[in-house]
Design a protein around this ligand. Structure first.
Ligand SMILES: Nc1nc2c(ncn2[C@@H]2O[C@H](COP(=O)(O)OP(=O)(O)OP(=O)(O)O)[C@@H](O)[C@H]2O)c(=O)[nH]1
Ligand SMILES: [Mg+2]
Length: 312
């Protein structure tokens, strides 16, 4: 919290799949703090480089999946390791036991026990500084009723009570979280829609979400030539999945605000877009975007509205 001109940074850490992106995308950006604050999510798979962000950290939010007993003990070890980092010695810490909307989630008592919370509290340095007289150490997080998203069973656009789900996929670092966090949740579509981002490092489990997918957004980093060809292969593999055979697809060449980004012509060529289009069974649209400055997002909105209208 040292005085400085840039806003204080709160780090949002935790194992992959705990719900950090969803938290950032749906809730934390809606905070009305008197002071501006940057909440920076670092993906679970980025664990090895978390420490390089510690020096700029004013407060720590650590997310634990309360519906996944097999991950709790490794999360505890991970938190202990984070807490032992010298730059974080006096920052306040908020541990979030997330996903308590799932029927299988563990109770607070079970979680505290499995997480060895007493041990964590007793070995963590005292974090109650003058600016943070009574830091909340842990509480259970529940999405507001209107924002619960993990509804299963409604298949896509098919008539059902849960809103259609649009999947947002692409390699790690392409800009999905920035898109969701800053823009897509502000959509004013006539119909409610869930845009679900699945992190690049969650690739192996993407297919388990395909059956509920009504439309697909696939983000490619247009500033990273070394990732384009693996992204192309990844997209071809996604497009070949049977449950996605007829969903509309929007490919976003993102980060076009960066001076080093490739032009649309270069990207289409490097991405072998002609081959992709000719072997795909889906209608594919391509747009250029910048999740950073908002370029192209009007086109994304237009596409989303059209996709919502289309029966699948
Ligand atoms: N300049 C610029 N940076 C961007 C843009 N989109 C995302 N970034 C940055 O790229 C980095 C990765 O963005 P994320 O949104 O976390 O990427 P992601 O696709 O969610 O990555 P995973 O969740 O790991 O799969 C972050 O530092 C973003 O701020 C963009 O359009 N322009
Ligand atoms: Mg992300």
């Amino acid at each position: 919290m040292a005085a400085g001109r840039s806003p204080p940074t709160f780090l949002l850490l935790g194992a992959a799949g705990g719900g950090k992106s969803l938290l950032v995308g749906t809730n934390l950006t809606d905070l009305r703090l008197p002071r501006k604050v940057t909440v920076r999510e670092l993906g679970g798979c980025m664990g090895p480089i978390w420490p390089s962000y510690y020096s700029e950290c004013s407060a720590l939010l650590f997310v634990v999946d309360a519906s996944n007993p097999s991950q709790v003990s490794s999360s505890c070890i991970q938190l202990l390791s984070v807490l032992s980092a010298e730059p974080l010695a006096s920052v306040p810490v908020l541990v979030l036991f997330n996903k308590i909307d799932l029927p299988c989630h563990m109770s607070l008592v079970e979680m505290k026990s499995l997480f060895r919370m007493q041990d964590v509290l007793s070995c963590a340095p005292d974090r109650s500084g003058p600016a943070w007289p009574r830091p909340a150490r842990h509480f259970r997080f529940r999405l507001p009723a209107g924002r619960r998203r993990f509804r299963r069973g409604g298949s896509g656009m098919a008539a059902g009570r849960s809103p259609p789900t649009f999947l947002l996929l692409g390699a790690a670092g392409g800009g999905k979280s920035l898109l969701v966090g800053t823009n897509l949740t502000d959509l004013r579509l006539p119909r409610k829609v869930t845009v679900r981002e699945l992190g690049g490092c969650m690739g192996p489990i993407w297919p388990s979400y395909y059956s509920e997918c009504s439309a697909l957004l696939f983000v490619v980093d247009a500033s990273n030539p070394s990732q384009v060809s693996s992204s192309c292969i990844q997209l071809l593999s996604v497009l070949s999945a049977e449950p996605l055979a007829s969903v509309p697809v929007l490919v976003l060449f993102n980060k076009i605000d960066l001076p080093c980004h490739m032009s649309l012509v270069e990207m289409k060529s490097l991405f072998r877009m002609q081959d992709v289009l000719s072997c795909a069974t889906q209608p594919i649209t391509i747009l250029e975007t910048s999740a950073r400055d908002g370029t192209g997002l009007a086109g994304v909105l237009q596409w989303l509205r059209a996709a919502l209208r289309e029966p699948s």
